[in-house]
Design a protein around this ligand. Structure first.
Ligand code: ADP
Ligand code: MG
Length: 680
């Protein structure tokens, strides 16, 4: 009896408890999982002639054995099997290690195909396997991700068995019109091709078909969830006072850029809607996100509602509190700061006032989401640099209010491919314009041997009464990693800059109070130079700082370097960023050149993604990036755009929810038509 394709792999012969466990580690539980466990690469098994192969290449050679295989043992389990192979009059010496059982296949005069690694100097092949000599000449071998517990050959046997029995159950959720429109290979054929095809062209077609499907299904799900959210009435609707907002903008010492105006409008539209909205606001360093946040806070206030503004570090929380306080009259909008270092008595007062609704906006760190924090009328949550917050923390804070609207602000430009995948459920606003008169930060990449000259340059800036940042990557001596040490650097700069120059030290192991003290001193221009780890990375605003020196710059990601560079160039003076690095290899040098030449954060983030891949850029599983089986959001981004476009189009058609040709597609993506009737 044939079972269902979603049945456990145990229905296959030879799959017992142990194999079930092994397969589970690979994410394979059902027959369907097994059949969609695709090879991640293919080994070329076509026979090569010796002239066309390169040293160290893995190849298949075909020839006549000139002797029987000679087997020598050394130790109990170790063996070497050698023979000579005549490949078109070139005599190749072949060696197999620890595969004594191959001996019986090797006899003088027999024709053999041997797969192995070629050593050009010695005309020798380090053999890996003997292939059946009647193997088709264009053949290839599919290579699967596997574990120690299960062999490639075993996996392949299972897949073949599953294919034989279940191939007709591989039902294609794609309706005819979409298959045609996109020239997609039918699902079953594509699966077959991925596992068994020898034809490059067909394989590529299959791959693209599957990639399109993965992206398309995912974008459909995202789009659907987003539209559900939009249509729900579960959020709070902030009926702000437009005149107050207009009045506020008039009090600013500058006029908003067009980009800021656009984003303020987008945000305010969200606030008014009865649904709970999530909006990501991206803007390069210095693009002026704070004032956008301020407008939203004010909007909430004019409707008698509270805002929580969460920052990743104390320093940033404090700075946000400061810049917001400068924008508003205290008697009109009451802003308080709550962090881990708020004194108990003070904290008690703040908590009470929050509960009573006397505080309009609370700025803080993670302290804002602790259980003892109770809000009176939380309607808006703003998080700064939100990728540093875990999903759960965001959820916790959100749950404190009545589904508050959430704004995520980030100065880390997120490449479009990532933002429509990881943040696809959110709306995205981009402040893609700098306030007028902003100067570019002149950036130079310099080798460490020029350190003395760099210090001379720093001295000159200090003489001009400007301030300097020095960044070192790590705070503690580490013998294994050859990294600069922040205290050693501090000593170095203090000694070489002269006794008149005040050099401060800032790092993550300092207590919050000490950190604040140093930061405030730097902000107040009581320190000329600040040697720091990356704790100053985001948001810190000291307009008088004009020089940023980054040691071991090649250890940072491009986005992070760009962030650091953004700490200077915030005033009217010419600013500089000097990257000290001795990168090993071409890639490292390329990265240094790119950051020196590019000042556009978005362009850099695209480059970063290309060079490092999405995992590295985002750092953690928390990122919300889905795992695709075939698709790669970087390399396949052209397909992603197309799939997204079509998903949005389809969601906007009435037929999608009603026409039965989309039944399977809705099922595949878990989209349920709430109007569907099951019972008559
Ligand atoms: P970021 O986007 O990096 O958070 P900020 O909001 O800190 O940027 O703004 C950087 C600086 O630019 C602040 O000093 C702010 O007052 C100023 N600023 C913001 N918007 C404008 C504008 N439209 N014109 C001139 N200066 C502006
Ligand atoms: Mg900011």
């Amino acid at each position: 009896m044939r079972a269902n394709i979603y049945d456990s792999v145990t229905v296959l012969s030879g799959v017992g408890e142990k194999r079930v466990e092994a397969l589970k580690e690979l994410g394979i539980q059902t027959i369907y999982d097994l059949l969609t466990h695709f090879p991640f690469r293919y080994e070329d098994l076509s026979v090569k002639s010796i002239e066309e192969i390169e040293d160290n290449e893995k190849v298949v050679l075909e020839g006549t054995a000139l002797s029987d295989g000679v087997l020598t043992y050394f130790g109990r389990k170790k063996s070497r099997l050698t023979f000579r192979l005549n490949c078109d009059h070139v005599i190749v010496s072949v060696t197999f290690f620890n595969q004594p059982f191959l001996q019986k296949q090797i006899s003088a005069g027999s024709n053999l195909k041997v797969f192995g690694k070629w050593d050009g100097n010695r005309k020798a092949l380090s053999g890996m396997k003997i292939l059946s000599s009647d193997l088709d000449n264009s053949s290839r071998e599919a290579i699967y991700h596997t574990t120690k517990k299960i062999r490639q050959s075993t996996l392949i046997k299972m897949i073949k068995q599953a294919w034989e029995i279940y191939q007709d159950d591989l039902i294609d959720p794609m309706p005819e019109n979409l298959l045609e429109r996109n020239g997609l290979m039918p699902f079953k054929e594509a699966v077959q091709a991925m596992h068994f095809s020898n034809d490059d062209r067909i394989l590529e077609e299959a791959r693209e078909s599957l990639i399109f499907r993965e992206f398309f299904y995912y974008q459909l799900k995202l789009g659907w969830r987003k539209s559900q959210q939009k249509n729900s009435q579960s959020g709070s609707s902030i009926n702000y006072n437009v005149e107050s907002l207009k009045g506020f903008f008039e009090t600013l010492p500058f006029t908003l850029t067009d980009a800021q105006k656009r984003v303020v409008n987008e945000v305010c539209r969200d606030l008014k809607l009865p649904s709970q909205t999530f909006r990501l606001i991206q803007g390069d360093v210095g693009s002026g996100k704070t004032v956008v946040a301020a407008a939203a806070i004010l909007a909430a206030k004019t409707d008698g509602k509270q805002t929580a503004f969460m920052a990743p570090t104390e320093i940033l929380a404090q700075q946000h509190k400061q810049s917001l306080s400068q924008m508003f009259d205290e008697s009109f909008l009451n802003i308080e700061l709550l962090t881990g270092s708020t004194k108990p008595k003070e904290k008690k007062r703040i908590l009470q006032e929050l509960k009573d609704g006397k505080i309009d906006c609370i700025v803080g760190t993670h302290a804002l989401i602790q259980d003892d924090v109770i809000y009176h009328s939380l309607a808006l949550v703003i998080t700064d640099e939100q990728h540093r917050f875990g999903v759960n923390q965001r959820k916790k804070l959100r749950e404190k209010g009545h589904n508050p609207d959430v704004l995520f602000m980030t100065a880390t430009p997120i490449p479009r491919t990532l933002s429509i995948t990881a943040y696809g459920e959110m709306d995205v606003s981009i402040i893609d314009e700098m306030p007028e008169g902003r100067k570019k930060v002149a950036t130079y990449w310099v080798r460490p041997k020029y350190l003395e000259r760099i210090i001379e340059f720093a001295k000159k800036e200090v003489l001009k009464e400007r301030q300097v940042y020095i960044i070192s990557p790590l705070i503690e001596e580490s013998e294994t990693l050859d990294l600069e040490n922040v205290t050693a650097l501090h000593r170095l700069y203090q000694e070489s800059m002269g006794a008149d120059v005040k050099v401060g030290l800032l790092h993550g192991k300092m207590s919050p109070v000490d950190k604040d003290e140093v930061m405030s001193a730097f902000q107040a221009n009581q320190l000329n130079v600040l040697v720091s780890t990356t704790v100053i990375e985001v948001g810190v605003n000291v307009p008088n700082a004009t020089l940023m020196i980054i040691h071991d710059a090649d250890r940072f990601g491009l986005a992070q370097l760009h962030q650091l560079r953004g700490r200077v160039g915030r005033g009217l003076d010419e600013s500089y960023c000097i990257l000290i690095a001795n990168p090993k290899g071409e890639k490292g040098a390329e990265r240094m050149k790119v950051i020196a030449e590019t000042s556009d954060g978005f362009a850099l983030s695209e480059k970063d993604l290309e060079m490092r891949g999405p995992g590295d850029m985002f750092g953690s599983k928390q990122s919300g990036l889905p795992e695709f089986k075939v698709a790669d959001i970087v390399n396949d981004r052209h397909i992603l755009e197309e799939a997204r476009q079509q998903a949005i189009e389809l969601l906007n058609t009435a037929e999608f929810l009603t026409n039965e040709s989309y039944d399977l597609l809705r099922k595949e993506t878990g989209i349920i038509n709430v109007n569907e009737t099951f019972l008559d």
